[in-house]
Ligand binder design. Structure first.
Ligand SMILES: *[C@@H]1O[C@H](CO)[C@@H](O)[C@H](O)[C@H]1NC(C)=O
Ligand SMILES: *[C@@H]1O[C@H](CO)[C@@H](O)[C@H](O)[C@H]1NC(C)=O
Ligand SMILES: *[C@@H]1O[C@H](CO)[C@@H](O)[C@H](O)[C@H]1NC(C)=O
Ligand SMILES: *[C@@H]1O[C@H](CO)[C@@H](O)[C@H](O)[C@H]1NC(C)=O
Ligand SMILES: *[C@@H]1O[C@H](CO)[C@@H](O)[C@H](O)[C@H]1NC(C)=O
Length: 367
């Protein structure tokens, strides 16, 4: 989209492209669902509303949430016996509406998720299984964004003195770091199996073999969400900051000259036939750079220029103007799952989707 190639003002995105993208989703319509994909898009609406102050974004977003939350604070269709981290992402959006309106139904709905976390199955070291019963003893980077940002937000809001909870949240990030961080490149593999029985599990670390961009993106975003919430005096705060800044440095190094990032970021596959610059990961990393600058965690003189390059690519390549005045979001891979053999052939075989919330949401969220 050519006319939207604007410089980031003082390190911040301008309203226009984000607002046009949000407007396009309103116009096309979105089926409301507890699905984390929708929740990620709605995170974009929080940003669009904040940036423009236009009530239409808040009204539309609240309508989507109110279609799910009943007046007694129960969640339509919620399965109390389903332990899937993916479903917990919604807690963040519920707390947004609780903070904004003070209406008890949103807090009650979020408390359903918070209580489910207490019952969620764990690995021997206390990490949350990605999903029960499908992925026993497995932690994926995706799950950190789905569950632990909310767990931290809840704790900060209602349970800030609960050191057990803060320790428990930190443990999730620590587990991911200990098993999936490639200490040579600074990037993280998609996930690990603590029991090391998955077909893809490394016999020593339990890790899956490859670095998948969106998983790293979820993780990077989640760190940027929890660090500002973290108690200043809690010892894990420093660690989380170093997880974020060392990952940022690795991402800066692996940014393609186009400004984007490869679907499979593992060195041996960069530029290989079938691999491509993927838009959701590219949006998430651009988001993370700008958020890191805004939070004072990243040095503007080092990260603003890569962020600008990333942002320019998103707008010029993945935001596509339609004849009806809306824009499409392109280039986002539908899925990447460790319910696979986790091979390069698997990841590149997954099709791309148009207007995928998991890519468009982080784009609209650009700080
Ligand atoms: C979540 O939504 C996406 C896109 O709308 C869809 O492809 C996916 O199957 C949904 N997942 C679940 C668990 O419903
Ligand atoms: C946007 O966020 C800022 C900082 O949190 C806040 O001061 C401002 O009121 C927000 N604007 C809207 C329209 O919510
Ligand atoms: C504190 O956090 C722990 C871990 O999540 C939880 O089991 C416990 O119920 C919490 N305590 C209170 C008072 O909420
Ligand atoms: C990377 O180094 C850290 C700190 O030395 C260590 O705890 C971790 O296990 C290493 N990661 C892997 C995957 O070997
Ligand atoms: C892994 O799965 C992909 C399809 O998802 C297939 O193309 C490939 O041959 C499989 N590789 C192995 C080693 O089984």
């Amino acid at each position: 989209m050519k006319f939207l190639l604007l410089p980031l003002v003082a390190g911040l995105a301008t309203a226009t492209p984000l607002a046009i993208m949000a407007d396009s989703f309103i116009k096309r319509g979105v089926t409301s669902s507890i699905n984390y994909s929708q929740m990620t898009l709605y995170g974009g609406f929080e940003r669009a509303y904040n940036l423009t102050g236009d009530e239409k974004y808040a009204t539309w977003y609240r309508g989507q949430i109110d279609a799910l939350v009943q007046s007694d604070g129960t969640i339509k269709g919620w399965d109390y016996g389903k332990y899937s981290l993916d479903n917990y992402r919604m807690g963040n959006n519920l707390l947004y509406w609780y903070e904004k309106t003070g209406e008890a139904k949103y807090k009650n709905a979020a408390s359903i998720i918070r209580e489910q976390i207490n019952r969620h199955p764990r690995t021997a070291t206390g990490g949350f299984w990605h999903r029960n019963p499908e992925y026993p003893n497995q932690m994926w980077l995706d799950g950190i964004f789905m569950a632990d940002s909310f767990y931290a937000k809840w704790t900060k809001s209602f349970d800030n003195q609960n050191t057990t909870a803060w320790d428990d949240i930190a443990r999730q990030y620590d587990n991911i770091e200990a098993h999936t961080r490639d200490n040579k490149t600074g990037l993280l593999k998609h996930g690990y199996d603590e029991s090391k029985v998955a077909v893809w599990a490394d016999p020593v670390t339990g890790a899956s073999p490859l670095v998948w961009d969106r998983a790293v993106g979820w993780y990077f975003m989640s760190l940027s969400e929890v660090i500002p919430l973290w108690p200043q005096t809690h010892p894990a705060r420093k660690r989380l900051i170093s997880y974020f800044t060392t990952l940022a440095a690795a991402l800066k190094k692996t940014q393609d000259s186009s400004g984007g990032w490869w679907l499979i970021m593992s060195e041996q596959y960069v530029g290989v036939t079938g691999n491509y610059i993927e838009s959701s990961g590219s949006a998430m990393f651009t988001y993370g750079f700008l958020k890191g600058i805004k939070l004072g965690l990243l040095d503007k003189t080092q990260y603003l220029s890569p962020a600008q390059k990333g942002y320019d690519l998103l707008v010029s390549k993945f935001v596509v103007e339609k004849d009806d005045g809306t824009v499409d979001w392109e280039g986002t891979v539908e899925v990447g799952s460790l319910n696979s053999n986790a091979s390069f052939e698997y990841y590149i075989s997954v099709p791309l989707a148009v207007n995928d919330f998991k890519g468009a949401g982080p784009f609209i969220m650009t700080p």
